[in-house]
Structure formats: structure tokens, C-alpha cells
Write a protein that binds this ligand. Structure first.
Ligand code: UT7
Length: 322
């Protein structure tokens, strides 16, 4: 039986951290460090400079993941890149990344859009490609430049997000690495978090900036993240007690604490990067995973629950062992 395993992780954060106070001063916001820290846990985030695109951040993250896996770019026959802030309408950011990496072997490359659940969707998709036998080695990437779609007049959203990228190399293996995945969506809730703009006749029409009903998203997230965690643990035939680490989407420390409690995990077993990265949407889980691996927290043979929720609404989880 063919399984898939994570063999390397990598990530990229652009530039220097921008603290809450620096952001408030730069944008003239009616806000405070105390409010942002208390309500979200966020203290700083990174922003990509003008001209730096999602494919540029993904390139750095992928090179680091390839080096960790001991692989060359042309060993990769599949790229699945999750983003809501692609370089262009088309071609896909995945094909731009493929070219920047120097991959010329004709492997498949495509973008996947599930907003903040994007990395979980991409991981589940790549796992299924590999287990089918059609592909051997994938780069699974989340890369975002959310700073480009923020309304700097809206203090309720512009303090929450940051830019970054994370990537893994996922390879065919005789032993299981991805133990189970679960994906869900409910399009009836698509309006509570959206960028409802489009290009028409060469111009943006509609509203091309991020809008969110924060409280509705918060309630929805807490509920579905608890449900999908239980689902994926049961699907793998495990119990909560067998989960070593939680690597959640990094949107709000209070949502992450609620899930940690429901899993009966001690707080230190939840990987937290939201304080330094903010919410980097599809990049947040692979960024947190890379930090957990490189810091030596998440060790070989340990089991981690990855889970995310985002616009659409979409949500999902993956149970992995390294
Ligand atoms: O990645 C996708 C998933 N996204 C999420 O998970 C986000 C989920 N939602 C949240 O994290 C929280 O709802 C927020 C952090 C967005 C907001 O926190 P909240 O505790 O739900 O605050 P609120 O929206 O109820 O606002 C409370 C007050 C309001 O003032 P009034 O009406 O009580 O006078 C807001 O105008 O806080 C005000 N407020 C702010 N004050 C200072 C909103 N944003 C700010 C701000 N600084 N940046």
C-alpha cells in the first residue's frame, strides 16, 4: 500500500516584524497594542514590500523544504499551491513557482483556493494524488500577501493579517505519514468573510478588499474546529490522548486555546506563531509546522493535528506523524 509522508518543511517571512504600535502609527489607526493583544494575541506581523509576490515567498519556503528533504527541484512531480492572493488572475502562482524553481520535468502544478483552510485542502489533495500512485513527490505550499487586499481604514481587519509562506515536501512511502484528512465546506456562510471584487473590462469592480464579520467567524470557527478534530482523530483510529501536538491555523489565540482545551492538551502542546506572524491565511499552518520542526519541538514519530478554517466557509484537518 502506498502512503504519503512529510520529508521536509520550509518557510519564509518577508522583511522585519511590524509591531502593533508601528502599524497603528504608520496607518493612523484608532487602536492600541493592548486591544490587539488582548482580543487576538497578535503582537507583530510581516509585510512583503512592493513588487514581492506570493511566488517569491513560496520560492524561498520551497527551497528550504527541498533542502530539508534532501531533494532537488526536478525530483518534484506535483506542486499544489494554496493562495487567495495569487500573483495574477492567470497563469497560476504554482506554474510561476515551478519555473522559478527551475523544474522542467513536466510535472503537474496548480493553485488551490480555500482561503485560510487552503493548506489543509492542498495537503489532503496531494496525499490523495500520491496514494493513487500517479505522483511520487509533491511540494505542498501555502503562500499569501494579504497586505494587498486589506482596507487600512478598517481597524477591525487590517491589524489581523500578515504575509508569508510555508511549504512541505510530501513523498510516497511504505509507512504512513498522513494518517487521515477531513475536508468540509458550507457555502451558505460565504458572506461573513470575503473579498467580493473581480476584474472586468480591465478594472476592479465590486469590493476588492477583505471584509469580515469577526464575531460570526469566531463562533463558526470554534464550533467546526472542535468537530473536525474529533472526526479526523476517529478516522485515523486514534484517541485524543494519542495526539502530541496541535498545529492550528493562526487567526486568534482565543480560538486556538478553545480547541486545545477541547482536545485536553496542555497549552504548551499548541504551536503558537500568531503572536509574531498574525494571520497569514493559507501560509499560517505550514509556517507554524516549520517552526515546530526546526525548533525541535515536533520530533520524529510524534503525532500532530493540523487544522484550519476560512472563507467559503471551508474547514478541515489532517493528522500527521513525522
Ligand atoms: O482566518 C480566518 C478566520 N478569522 C478569524 O478567525 C477571525 C475571528 N474573529 C476574531 O478573531 C474577532 O472577532 C476579532 C479579533 C476580529 C474581533 O474581536 P471581538 O472581540 O469579536 O471584537 P468586536 O468585533 O466585537 O469589537 C468590539 C469593539 C468594537 O467597538 P464597540 O462597537 O464595542 O464600540 C469594535 O469597533 O472593539 C472595536 N474594535 C477595535 N478597537 C480597537 C475593533 N477592532 C479594533 C481595533 N482596535 N483594532
Amino acid at each position: 500500500m502506498i502512503h504519503s509522508r512529510i520529508t521536509g518543511t520550509g518557510s519564509c517571512l518577508p522583511g522585519d516584524p511590524v509591531t502593533n504600535d508601528a502599524l497603528i502609527a504608520a496607518r493612523g489607526l484608532d487602536s492600541s497594542d493592548a486591544w490587539i493583544v488582548e482580543r487576538t494575541g497578535i503582537r507583530a506581523r510581516h509585510f512583503a514590500p512592493e513588487g514581492m509576490a506570493a511566488s517569491d515567498l513560496a520560492l524561498v519556503a520551497c527551497r528550504r523544504a527541498l533542502a530539508a528533504a534532501g531533494r532537488q527541484p526536478n525530483d518534484i512531480d506535483l506542486i499544489v499551491l494554496a493562495t487567495s492572493t495569487p500573483d495574477f488572475v492567470f497563469p497560476s502562482t504554482a506554474t510561476i513557482l515551478q519555473d522559478k524553481l527551475g523544474i522542467t520535468n513536466g510535472g503537474a502544478a496548480f493553485d488551490l483556493q480555500a482561503v485560510c483552510s487552503g493548506f489543509i485542502y492542498a495537503l489532503a489533495a496531494a496525499d490523495k494524488f500520491i496514494r493513487s500512485g500517479s505522483h511520487q513527490r509533491a511540494l505542498v505550499v501555502g503562500s499569501e500577501v494579504f497586505s494587498r487586499i486589506l482596507d487600512w481604514q478598517d481597524r477591525g481587519t487590517c491589524v489581523l493579517f500578515g504575509d508569508g509562506a510555508g511549504a512541505i515536501v510530501l513523498e510516497a512511502s511504505d509507512t504512513p505519514g498522513i494518517l487521515a484528512t477531513a475536508l468540509h465546506a458550507d457555502g451558505r456562510h460565504r458572506d461573513i468573510l470575503s473579498v467580493a471584487g473581480q476584474l472586468s473590462g480591465g478594472r476592479p469592480i465590486g469590493d476588492p478588499l477583505l471584509r469580515m464579520d469577526g464575531q460570526a467567524v469566531f463562533k463558526f470557527a470554534v464550533k467546526v474546529l472542535a468537530e473536525v478534530a474529533e472526526e479526523v482523530i476517529a478516522a485515523a483510529g486514534l484517541t485524543k490522548a494519542q495526539i502530541d501536538w496541535l498545529v492550528p491555523h493562526q487567526a486568534n489565540i482565543r480560538i486556538m486555546q478553545a480547541t486545545t482545551k477541547k482536545l485536553h492538551l496542555p497549552p504548551e502542546k499548541c504551536i503558537v506563531t500568531v503572536d509574531r506572524h498574525g494571520n497569514t491565511s493559507a501560509a499560517s499552518i505550514p509556517l507554524a509546522l516549520d517552526e515546530a520542526v526546526r525548533s525541535g519541538k515536533l520530533g520524529a514519530g510524534e503525532t500532530a493535528l493540523l487544522e484550519g478554517v476560512g472563507g467559503g466557509f471551508t474547514w478541515g484537518a489532517a493528522l500527521v506523524t513525522l
